[in-house]
Design a protein around this ligand. Structure first.
Ligand code: ADP
Ligand code: MG
Ligand code: ZN
Length: 556
């Protein structure tokens, strides 16, 4: 026991384990197979790195992303855990050097790409050299399943490798995303022997999630702060420029905030952070540079001025609200420009194509969160493979918005058949252009103006078309390929819709949204009403809708 805590402190610098870590580690050390389903950021790596140190032989870690292996191995070596990786990026000489090191028992951990295990000579070397492998760890284990979103054929052959080792090692599999299907696939395909299964909950019940699309972001934030002056909040912006812009706007309206981003001096950042932590300033505007190691417990709201790159990032940043367990709010203000900027960041990033396409896909799922009509909490939890929520949560902006159903079957059919008739080989903007009867270069070049669907939706409002398109993608009627310039394709869901066997309705928010106005807002509104009534001589029609209208009334 104490040995565990000593190693935890010595190699990782932590005093305590997080949920499930200790149990998982003890099971691995005692030779029991384990399946760990834990949210991103929950600390899966530690669950196998710590037992690796305490095990007699080598721990082999199968990991799908070459680019991440190097980071992990560099880190481990830097804290004194001798490690190496074997993948296609190595030269012959480097490979031999590591194999020799394995023979000389130089390493505690070896990271391998799954393809490497298919290589007979690797297996032969291990068996002939009599190398003791204590544990085989399969990270991102959902890759073994065709049901998952990251299926990797070579993962299905890991079991063969394990079975051919002279001594069967302990096998531990980890993933952040697992449905029941995937879970069963992992246990079967990896042939886990009576595994202990641990599932760390993803749900943060005290957080209320809200998304607003195309709000006037600055004004929304200004009003929110004004109505919650006693509360501590963080506002995340995607770029330094955005953070500065918002800072100027709020300062211009006499709202006192701190600002934190990587472009500021160490001293400025330090001061901003302390002001915020010690409650001298209530609001922190920040980029994602802010947050590492921040543990302020009474943050009552986190507003995203821009959409972040993926739900992992969003949930982590939004999750800084309400650490004390008190009710808190997480608001995301979305506009299409947010997607564009994140896409730009991915395009420009210096990583492998493999990792890029992975990130485009995650970005798409993040965008779909902003357009979904399903409960936001459920969307998040299911993204992380937590299917425990079977009812809508009643505590998010989707659950709390009154909506009306609008039949859009015909419009959806137009979009789907346009994709079909143009051969499922174009991206979104060309499909939209074709439907709207545009004469742009590409439309003409590919003779799309000769299609039956050309111009079919020229009188349909562009915004509504965009909205419907988003919905069709978010709900899986259209599949957007995972490339830099994604192509739209039909899915199994779209066929019955095209054949008129099913219909599609979308929910549109009723004009008058349910407002969760607090009293200060109500009082302000009453005051405005009476002011206007006095001046104009009649009761004004003030829609109890959003702060914009109140704003306008004040200016009047
Ligand atoms: P996952 O693979 O589950 O997404 P990681 O293994 O990358 O998560 O861990 C996420 C973060 O949590 C890392 O910064 C890690 O150092 C930290 N962490 C892991 N275990 C602990 C712990 N017991 N105490 C504090 N921090 C931890
Ligand atoms: Mg991980
Ligand atoms: Zn909900």
């Amino acid at each position: 026991m104490t040995k565990l805590y000593e190693a935890l402190k010595k190699y990782f610098g932590y005093d305590n384990f997080r949920e499930n870590q200790e149990d998982i580690i003890l099971h691995i050390l005692e030779g029991t197979d384990v399946l760990g389903i834990m949210p991103t950021g929950a600390g899966k790596s530690l669950c196998y790195q710590l037992p690796a140190i305490l095990s007699k032989g080598i721990t082999l870690v199968v990991s799908p992303l070459i680019s991440l292996m190097k980071d992990q191995v560099d880190y481990l070596n830097s804290v004194g855990i001798e490690s190496a990786y074997l993948n296609s990026s190595l030269s012959g000489a480097e490979y031999s050097f590591i194999i020799q090191g394995i023979y000389q028992k130089r390493y505690k951990m070896i990271y391998v790409a799954p393809e490497r295990l298919e290589n007979e000579s690797f297996l032969k070397t291990i068996n002939e050299m009599n190398i003791e492998i204590s544990n085989v760890v399969i990270d991102e284990a959902h890759c073994v399943s065709r049901w998952g979103h990251d299926f990797r054929p070579s993962y299905t052959r890991i079991m063969q490798f394990i079975n051919q080792l002279h001594i069967r090692p302990t096998v531990a599999a980890f993933t952040a995303t697992a449905t029941t299907n995937v879970k069963e696939d992992i246990v079967h395909s990896l042939d886990l022997k009576s595994p202990e299964v641990y599932i760390t909950s993803f749900d943060r019940k005290n957080l209320e999630f809200k998304v607003f699309v195309n709000e006037n972001k600055e004004q929304y934030i200004r009003n929110y702060i004004t109505n919650h002056v006693d509360e501590s909040g963080i506002i995340y912006a995607a770029t330094r420029k955005d953070a500065e812009k918002l800072n100027q706007y709020l300062s211009g309206h006499n709202i006192n905030v701190s600002i934190y981003h990587a472009g500021l001096s160490d001293a400025d950042r330090m001061r901003a952070q302390e002001d915020f932590i010690y409650d001298n300033v209530q609001v922190m505007i920040a980029t994602n540079a802010f947050g590492m190691g921040i543990d302020k417990s009474n943050v009552r709201y986190v507003i995203h001025y821009n959409m972040p790159r993926d739900l992992e990032a969003y949930y982590q940043e939004a999750g800084r609200a309400g650490r004390d367990g008190e009710n808190s709010v997480c608001i995301l203000l979305y506009s299409a420009a947010d997607t564009a900027i994140q896409k730009y960041f991915i395009d420009e990033s210096d990583v492998s194509e493999e990792l890029k396409s992975h990130e485009y896909k995650k970005l798409q799922l993040m965008e779909s969160y902003c357009h979904t009509s399903t409960c936001l909490r459920r969307y998040i939890l299911e993204y992380f493979g937590d299917y425990s929520l079977t009812e809508p949560c009643g505590n998010c902006s989707v659950c709390n918005t009154e909506v009306e159903e609008k039949d859009v079957t015909i419009q959806a059919q137009m979009i789907l058949s346009c994709i079909h008739r143009s051969g499922q080989r174009f991206g979104r903007s060309i499909i939209v252009d074709t439907l709207r009867g545009s004469r742009n270069q590409k439309v003409l070049k590919f003779n799309l103006n000769e299609l039956k669907t050309y111009g079919l939706m020229k009188d349909y409002p562009k915004d509504d078309l965009d909205l419907l398109m988003n919905r069709l993608i978010a709900d899986g009627y259209i599949y957007k390929t995972e490339e830099q310039y994604p192509i739209l394709k039909l899915t199994n869901l779209s066929i019955p819709l095209l054949k008129n066997e099913t219909s599609l309705t979308i929910q549109v928010a009723k004009q008058e949204k349910k407002v969760h106005a607090d009293n200060s807002l109500l009082n302000k509104l009453k005051e405005i009403r009476s002011q206007i009534a006095k001046k104009e001589g009649y009761p004004p029609y003030v829609i109890f809708h959003d702060s914009t209208l109140i704003e306008m009334s004040i200016q009047k």
